[in-house]
Design a protein around this ligand. Structure first.
Ligand code: Z5A
Length: 214
């Protein structure tokens, strides 16, 4: 008995958390046991690293940043993802290793092949059965992400939200290049409609790629 691993990717504000939550609900309604996870996070080590990684007041060299994301990912794979898949659960993860390729590779300029070797060390054969890339105009995504942060009254500096539009444009290009290189695993959904429409579209993709869910 093995479950399925679905990762949701995209730049900030693309709607990943919204889609991940609603997709998990629909899979549960169809009778599946579903585990929802986020990266970095969802383990004690991962959540501690998340706080460190998002703190814009701490300087991190790009390679340090990449190692910390991979460390959080290895914990997640070993402690949460593999056991869940072995029990036949479906796992929906909000970001996975494509985020490191896009952000630390295309965004920060680290060598993409080196990063791919790091993903192999962190994840081994645990790779997504399906990756949904939510593609959005960076200006729209940034605006949405910043309005959420403002609404929560967050004043702390966020390392990634502070980077601005040209950084996000490079990352979007990176995600699209990764998707072109792995068309069997990665499906790009252009985020133009409201959240319900995007979720419906994701469900159709899940059924096309992984079979009927009920
Ligand atoms: N990072 C990295 O550099 N390397 C890595 O390997 C990994 C991560 C794993 C994690 O921050 C940061 O770490 C991230 C990349 C970096 N950088 N940033 N920033 P995070 O987890 O806190 O942030 P995020 O992943 O980017 O999440 P986000 O900003 O919350 O975006 P989202 O999950 O894609 O969006 P959302 O929360 O679902 O929606 C945002 C708002 O838009 C919200 O008000 C929704 O109600 C609304 N929304 C959602 N969908 C729609 C549609 N379709 N229409 C209209 N409005 C919508």
């Amino acid at each position: 008995m093995t479950g399925k691993l679905i990762s949701i990717e995209g730049i900030e504000g693309a709607g990943k958390s919204t889609v991940a939550g609603q997709l998990a609900d629909r899979l549960r309604e169809a009778g599946h046991s579903v585990l929802e996870l986020r990266e970095p996070g969802s383990t004690p080590v991962g959540e501690s690293l998340r706080t460190l990684l998002k703190d814009g007041t701490i300087h991190l060299a790009p390679l340090t940043e990449a190692f910390l994301f991979e460390a959080a990912r290895h914990e997640l794979v070993v402690r949460r993802i593999r056991p869940a898949l072995a029990e036949g659960q479906w796992v929906v993860v909000d970001r996975f290793y494509d985020s490191t390729t896009a952000y630390q590779g295309w965004g920060r300029g680290l060598d993409v092949e080196m990063l791919c070797r790091m993903h192999m060390d962190a994840c081994g054969e645990t790779t997504p059965d399906l990756t949904i890339l939510l593609d959005i105009d960076p200006a729209v995504g940034l605006d949405r992400a910043r309005s959420v942060t403002r609404g929560q009254g967050v004043t702390a500096r966020d390392r990634f939200e502070e980077e601005g539009i040209s950084f996000l444009k490079r990352i979007r290009e990176g995600f699209l290049a990764i998707a072109r290189a792995e068309p069997n695993r990665i499906v790009v959904i252009s985020v133009t409609g409201d959240a319900d429409e995007v979720v419906q579209c994701c469900l159709r993709v899940v059924e096309e790629k992984l079979g009927r869910i009920d």
